[in-house]
Write a protein that binds this ligand. Structure first.
Ligand code: PEP
Length: 252
């Protein structure tokens, strides 16, 4: 089974609107065909509408970094997946470790978000990953299996086939200390095996799994050469246009 690679930047809470627009102008005509790779930027919600406008008709796809699970209502300060879909955005990152840690998001919340995002025709990028303590205790596999099982609860096989899962060890995010490609591949393999256990091998063969954690142009090829890794979720190295474009050089 050949799965289409997906490279997604996660800008987190960075950039001004002008910087976001300059980035789009610099990259939009230099991205490989979406027949070869899906190229996504996860921008702050406030920038998604202008970025969608300035990147229309190009190969650059957009992602939100979070959404709520209701489509409307009295939820001050939240963004609904329906409103995000309206902008022409295609992906929403959910369950990033920073959201789990600083905003106390639970697996149950993330599961509700996944369902709402799918119901609005968008693709969730569902993040999982362990702390350094869990890694050092040799409990990564059971931790990640638990997060994936809870995050996918009650989704259909077809829905799971189409989603993206990002394995991001927390100790490798923003630290410059990336997981070796063997560790990354092994744990992405655990994610795939969990999907297989829950949904069967056809779905496990289709679901795309990214590695995230200090991925940069110098190490992306190594990750992309691994069997279970179909892409990368990239923070720091996605912020500059030149570095972001260099992440796509593995596409020949
Ligand atoms: C991230 O933000 O999801 C991430 C992996 O960050 P970085 O690439 O900077 O480690």
């Amino acid at each position: 089974m050949s799965r289409k690679p997906i490279i997604a930047g996660n800008w987190k809470m960075n950039k001004t609107l002008l910087e976001a627009q300059e980035f789009v102008d610099a990259v939009k005509d230099n991205i490989p065909s979406s027949e070869l790779v899906d190229t996504v930027i996860g921008a702050p919600a406030l920038f998604l509408a202008p970025m969608a406008y300035s990147s229309r008709g190009t190969e650059l796809k957009l992602s939100a970094q979070n959404s709520f699970w209701e489509n409307s209502g009295a939820f001050t300060g939240e963004n609904s997946p329906a409103a995000i879909a309206d902008l022409g955005v295609q992906y929403i990152i959910i369950g990033h470790s920073e959201r789990r840690e600083y905003f106390h998001e639970t697996d149950e919340d993330i599961n509700k978000k996944a369902k709402a995002i799918i119901a609005n025709g968008l693709t969730p990028i569902l993040c999982c990953g362990e702390t350094l303590e869990t890694f050092e205790a040799g409990k990564t596999a059971e931790w990640v299996e638990g997060q994936i099982t809870a995050g996918l609860k009650d989704l259909t096989p077809e829905q799971v086939s189409n989603l993206v899962i990002a394995y991001e060890p927390i100790w490798a995010i923003g630290t410059g200390k990336s997981a070796t490609s063997e560790i990354a591949d092994d744990t992405c393999g655990v994610v795939r095996a969990t999907v297989e256990k829950l949904y069967g091998s056809e779905v496990a063969d289709k679901v795309r799994i990214q590695y995230g954690g200090s991925v940069k142009p110098e190490n992306v090829d190594e990750y992309m050469s691994k069997e279970n890794i179909d892409g990368a979720l990239v923070g720091g190295a996605s912020l500059e246009a030149e570095s972001f474009l260099a992440l796509l050089n593995f596409v020949k």
